[in-house]
Design a protein around this ligand. Structure first.
Ligand code: SAM
Ligand code: SF4
Length: 329
């Protein structure tokens, strides 16, 4: 049962109710803004949290008010028996929202088992609808698989499905209209994302602020501010009749740190308090040292007390050496 008197909260009064769980740091794509082409700094399997360890950590968090979990990676569908893990997480009292971020290449195979296991919402990354461009951005010719995966997910009953499009100046910024049409026709919710300077790959990406685009969409189509459920950082613009919406994730041009309600757990059991700093708590070590639930909970709260007020991506873009795929986006 959730003990509301001891809900996890940080020094700035932000309640921590959302955890992004990276279940693997491996991926079958190599998106240029995320993973170095020849990346080989993977965690040893011996260091991966087991399903029992993951469940233990999440039960502890849930006993202190955590209600939402997102499975991510790397590519989460590469972790063996991912649907079994989803089912175990969904059965934890208090966790009532389980979502998953995927590149979609393996969704044809996994959509149904994930739905049956209780995954409620899906985010699928898709930066372009052009096969050659897809291959250039992700370094793999897999657009067909992703589109088939989206179709299967929709037929399986996932709704809403959000499409995450990283906005890359000079690469895919001529595809907005095509992507809007694709999402409108397919019943997907489009979200545009600014790149963050995570590792060399993130720093070398073609960043462009989304603010000019937001302003022009408001005037061109009369879009107004709207709300779409999710608990994440996106701001949405919607048509006055509510039939069309587009989301914006703007960590750089207008950060959302004041309402940050989340922490991240990596595949090797590191609890990261903020994407924009290296401070972490080694939960794997604590568990494998035989620490009690009570002492682990104390360590978690002490770490959350150190959660910084905001990231410093603009002031110190050189600060983060971790790439996004090893932290969990
Ligand atoms: N592989 C899955 C996927 O691509 O959706 C899940 C992990 S991926 C790291 C999660 C999200 O992070 C994706 O939407 C991806 O586009 C985003 N991402 C990766 N690197 C990024 C960066 N440098 N800046 C902003 N977003 C990034
Ligand atoms: Fe893989 Fe997702 Fe990173 Fe692309 S964004 S390389 S799909 S982890």
């Amino acid at each position: 049962m959730t003990d509301k008197t001891t809900v996890l909260s940080d020094a700035f009064g932000r309640k921590i109710e959302y955890l992004r769980l990276s279940v693997t740091d491996r991926c079958d794509l190599r998106c240029a803004y995320c993973m170095p082409k020849d990346f080989d700094g993977y965690e040893e399997p011996a260091n991966w949290l087991s399903f029992d360890e993951i469940e233990r950590v999440l039960r502890l968090f849930a006993s202190r008010g955590l209600s939402r979990v997102r499975l991510t990676g790397g590519e989460p569908l590469l972790r063996n028996r991912i649907a079994d893990l989803a089912g175990r997480i969904r059965a934890i009292p208090g966790i009532d929202d389980l979502s998953l971020s995927t590149n979609g290449t393996q969704l044809v195979k996994h959509a149904r088992p994930l739905k049956e296991a209780g995954v409620t919402r899906l985010n699928v990354s898709l930066d372009t609808l052009q096969p050659a461009r897809f291959a250039a951005i992700t370094r793999r010719d897999a657009l067909k698989e992703v589109l088939a995966g989206l179709k299967t997910a929709r037929e399986t009953g996932f709704a809403p499905i959000k499409i995450n499009m990283v906005w890359l100046a000079g690469t895919n910024d001529d595809e907005l209209e095509a992507m809007i049409a694709f999402c409108r026709d397919g019943g997907f919710i489009l979200r545009l994302i600014e790149t963050m300077p995570m590792g060399e790959t993130g720093r070398n990406s073609q960043f462009a602020s989304l603010q000019p685009l937001m302003a022009s969409l408001k005037t061109r189509f009369g879009l107004i501010d709207g709300l779409i459920p999710g608990g994440g950082p996106a701001r949405y613009l919607v048509t006055p009749d509510g039939k069309f919406s587009v989301g914006f994730i703007t960590p750089m041009s207008q950060h959302f740190c004041a309402t940050c309600n989340r922490v991240r757990l990596t595949v090797d059991g590191m609890l990261h308090l903020c994407l924009g700093q290296e401070d972490r708590l080694d939960l794997r070590q604590l568990m494998r040292d035989g620490e009690s639930d009570e002492s682990i909970l104390t360590a978690i709260q002490t770490a959350i007390d150190r959660k910084p007020e905001r990231h410093e991506f603009s002031e110190h873009p050189e600060k983060i050496i971790r790439v996004m795929s090893s932290t969990g986006g």
